[in-house]
Design a protein around this ligand. Structure first.
Ligand SMILES: *[C@@H]1O[C@H](CO)[C@@H](O)[C@H](O)[C@H]1NC(C)=O
Ligand SMILES: *[C@@H]1O[C@H](CO)[C@@H](O)[C@H](O)[C@H]1NC(C)=O
Ligand SMILES: *[C@@H]1O[C@H](CO)[C@@H](O)[C@H](O)[C@H]1NC(C)=O
Length: 414
């Protein structure tokens, strides 16, 4: 433990310059202790078959900062929101893929691509891509999954070395700066998959698992929704169904497994879910929980803050100013979902992200002064230098709770 402590203290000096971190060192040592014991109990027994785990163990006392690969998707009229969201989650260590679906016009897509090109920082780090050949995406059809897997495949091919994949839509927004997320995730084993999941289907058995749907988006050029077959089908016997959140934070190794499909399960499930309503609420969940190599890697939380109306409606509540305090307390990384009212986003920008309109969120890589009124990231330095804020402690608390020995194993794939 001594080495870890020393390392953390050294890193803290480099990374942050506020006194709070001194107060929190004790808490973080506990955190490290928890992570290390968790890590060794999780992976020591199967480390021979887990190259990622091995690599991590070797680098263990000196955790490196991770990299994230973001897929940010929107539809017609969303390009403004996508630009703002990109600026709010941008960090030069990460990679980003923007997708405006086929409902958006070519002009809108082109305008988004021009915006990306016009940003000097993005040009320099070459870390943002825009999908040129857009997909038709039907809201509750399997085309959402195929579009997402398309994005993952592009990111695997074009964006090197990322550790986690994060899926965001135009109605999401971050609740903390990237520096905080990079900081906390640097202490985590690289094979944890975050998504809310359960095998208790409840009403979804009759609304989702039994009906058979067809997504006409698979073979039409215009969006026209899904239609239902008269027949119903039975609950699968060769695998167990899981359902959960649409938001996901998934590891690179799991997504390589999905895309390459060296085991047939990813392919079988993809075909099965082709006729499943809202298949994006279940595909990854069922896949992870039915494969022995991955079921021990799930964390039953998607790191999003989501509110539902009572009784539960089809879509989550639009988040507004009145949810602000609760949202910040939660330690969640993103909020889902935000409607047209942008006052809440302005408040998040001002009070949490310290982001000025039209600019990136300042982080350790920005050398300018955020208070000066000028863009602090015009002059930039080493992207490996991060300055976590106080918010990082909330995420730390959330992650500690999720990985607590009482919580972690007992909530996996149940
Ligand atoms: C991606 O995430 C957003 C919420 O973060 C969700 O609304 C959307 O349906 C997700 N897409 C897929 C294919 O999971
Ligand atoms: C997953 O965890 C369970 C319970 O802790 C254990 O019995 C099993 O061997 C683990 N599976 C793998 C592949 O490590
Ligand atoms: C929530 O926001 C969406 C826009 O993103 C809007 O279409 C919808 O009507 C809003 N819902 C409510 C209940 O205000």
């Amino acid at each position: 433990m001594k080495a870890n402590y020393y390392y953390f203290a050294k890193r803290a000096q480099k990374r942050c310059s506020f006194p709070l971190i001194l107060i929190s060192i004790f808490a973080l040592v506990l955190f490290l202790k928890l992570i290390s014991s968790l890590f060794f109990t999780t992976f020591s027994n199967n480390s021979d078959t887990n190259p990622l785990g091995d690599a991590l163990r070797k680098s263990y006392p000196f955790p490196e900062l991770p990299r994230f690969a973001y897929l940010i998707s929107g539809s017609k009229g969303d390009s403004g929101k996508l630009k703002r969201l990109l600026q709010a989650v941008y960090h030069p260590r990460n990679s980003y893929l923007l997708h405006l679906d086929l409902e958006a016009s070519d002009d809108e897509r082109l305008e988004l691509a021009k915006f990306v090109k016009s940003e000097a920082v993005i040009r320099e780090f070459r870390s943002v891509m825009v999908v040129g050949k857009a997909n038709l995406v039907t809201l509750k059809g399997p085309t959402t999954i195929s579009s997402l897997l398309h994005g993952v495949a592009i990111l695997l091919k074009q964006a090197p070395n990322w550790d986690w994949f994060i899926n965001l839509s135009a109605s999401d927004y971050p609740l903390m700066p990237q520096d905080d997320i990079l900081h906390i995730f640097s202490f985590l084993p690289r094979d944890l998959n975050f998504l809310e999941h359960t095998s208790d289907l409840g009403w979804k058995e009759f609304q989702r698992a039994r009906p058979i749907i067809i997504d006409s988006g698979l073979y039409h050029v215009k969006k026209s929704g899904v239609f239902w077959a008269k027949e119903k089908r039975s609950i699968p016997a060769s695998f167990k169904l899981f359902t959960g959140s649409t938001g996901v934070v998934l590891t690179r190794s799991f997504l390589e497994f999905c895309i390459w499909g060296w085991d047939n399960l990813p392919r079988t499930l993809l075909l099965y879910y082709t006729n499943f309503l809202s298949s994006h609420e279940g595909y990854f969940h069922t896949l992870l929980c039915n494969h022995k190599d991955y079921q021990n890697t799930t964390v039953n939380h998607d790191l999003h803050y989501v509110r539902w109306d009572e009784p539960r409606k089809e879509n989550p509540t639009n988040l507004t100013i009145e949810h602000f305090d609760d949202m910040v307390q939660s330690g969640a990384v993103f909020g889902h979902r935000f409607g047209h009212d942008s006052r809440i986003l302005d408040k998040i920008d001002k009070e949490i992200l310290r982001r000025s309109a039209g600019l990136f969120v300042p982080g350790g890589w920005c050398l300018g002064n955020p208070g000066s009124g000028k863009d602090p990231c015009i002059i930039y330095g080493n992207p490996d230098v991060i300055k976590p804020s106080e918010r990082a402690k909330r995420l730390e608390a959330l992650v500690m709770k999720l990985l607590d020995s009482e919580n972690f194993r007992s909530k996996q794939c149940k």
